[in-house]
Design a protein around this ligand. Structure first.
Ligand code: GDD
Ligand code: MG
Length: 353
């Protein structure tokens, strides 16, 4: 495949993922202890896409200071800052100086195993100006519904219609291949969306816009339930990330970072992933899938099941935590029972799935 560039729309906190994104854009919430878009970089690299533009507007320094020029991840990163959110298409226009020929666009909150080589062949074969990857979902009303004809040409694009008005379950999967000529359809220096502005405008102008349907794994992790399930799905190997090596036979489904201290009486049922510096006390029960970030402390007698813990979390003695997401520096008090919740240092709210 020729080496194309990709632009990732990193955007803001994602209102629906709050309260997990108070201190970071949603694209860098940890997924199996690594920022979500680091998985996207590895995914793109599999297809030879190493030149990546990040379109940012919210807490850009969190991302810049972590990734720098991208070399640690084997990619080359260019940062394109928006003073104010420019919208999905406005963000691409803002990066126009770096774009030329065909390029990929990805929403920054997508996990997928879409084959980009096959999508590019389709795009070329159709001589498309824009190709939109399409995935099938049960409830299309939360997404951009895309109607195509028998030749896969897009007939209509309806962003988040009421369920009764959704004419198909094939939706915009948040990955596009675009030709740089289409940039002329995006008005400069103003907020403009692909979904409500550009795609309808391209159709109106009679430009060749195609839908590329695929049946692989796809998830938008933009709400807590989906964020929880992407972690669980990766732990259960329902989907794979090129960043996470499968468990070896020696690991037996339990992988620990450096300087982890586990009391010999702890009972650990896989799969469990634990980052460095953790302490697991006497009689702790861990029942996977469980993901534990750096420097967490699970005190004596704590029980943790099906949970995602970020960094520096403390789980008090004899407490029980099940089906939860716990963000960095949150504390579960001794003897507390917390089930189906998002716990942050500031509050505890139900985890709706
Ligand atoms: N740089 C930048 N600037 N990024 C933005 C902006 C902006 O102004 N607005 C949104 N984004 C980023 C978000 O951070 C996210 O990564 C991506 O663009 C999509 O925005 P979401 O807010 O997650 O949209 P959505 O999930 O409701 O809907 C979109 O994605 C669906 C697929 O997941 C639409 O494209 C739908 O049509 C699509 O089906
Ligand atoms: Mg989204």
């Amino acid at each position: 495949m020729p080496k194309l560039k990709a632009i990732i729309l990193v955007g803001g906190p994602g209102m629906r993922l709050r309260p997990l994104t108070e201190d970071r854009p949603k694209s860098v919430v940890p997924v199996l202890n690594l920022p979500a878009i680091e998985h996207t970089f590895a995914y793109l690299k599999q297809y030879g896409v190493e030149d990546i533009i990040l379109a940012l507007n919210y807490l850009p320094d969190v991302i810049k200071s972590y990734f720098g020029d991208g070399s640690r991840c084997g990619v080359h990163l260019t940062y394109c800052l928006e003073k104010e959110p420019m919208g999905t298409a406005g963000a691409v226009k803002n990066a126009a100086a770096y774009l030329d020929g065909s390029f990929f666009v990805m929403n920054g909150d997508i996990f997928t195993d879409l084959n980009l080589t096959e999508m590019l062949s389709f795009h070329r074969e159709k001589k498309a100006m824009a190709t939109i990857a399409l995935t099938w979902v049960d409830n299309p009303s939360a997404f951009g519904v895309v109607e195509t004809d028998s030749n896969r040409k897009v007939k209509r694009f309806i962003e988040k219609p009421p369920l009764a008005e959704a004419t198909t379950h094939w939706i915009n999967a948040g990955t596009y291949i675009l030709e740089s000529e289409m940039l002329k359809y995006i008005p400069p220096n103003q907020h403009y969306m692909f979904e409500k502005g550009l795609f309808p405008a391209l159709l109106e102008a009679g430009e060749p816009v195609y839908g590329y349907p695929y049946r692989g794994f796809w998830l938008d992790m933009g709400n807590p339930g989906a964020y929880y399930s992407i972690n669980i799905d990766l732990m259960m190997s329902k989907v794979k990330s090129p960043l996470i090596a499968p468990f070896t036979s020696d690991e037996k489904g339990i992988r620990c970072g450096a300087d982890v201290k586990i009391h010999p009486s702890a009972v650990i049922t896989p799969p469990v992933l634990m980052d460095r510096g953790c302490f697991i006390g006497k009689g702790v029960h861990l029942t996977g899938p469980v993901v534990i970030g750096r420097d967490c402390r699970l005190e004596d007698g704590a029980v943790v099941e099906n949970a995602i813990l970020w960094d520096n979390v403390i789980i008090g003695a004899d407490s029980r935590l099940a089906n939860c997401i716990v963000s960095s520096r949150a504390v579960i008090k001794a003897k507390q029972e917390v089930v189906n919740c998002i716990v942050t240092p500031a509050n505890t709210v139900p985890l709706l799935r």
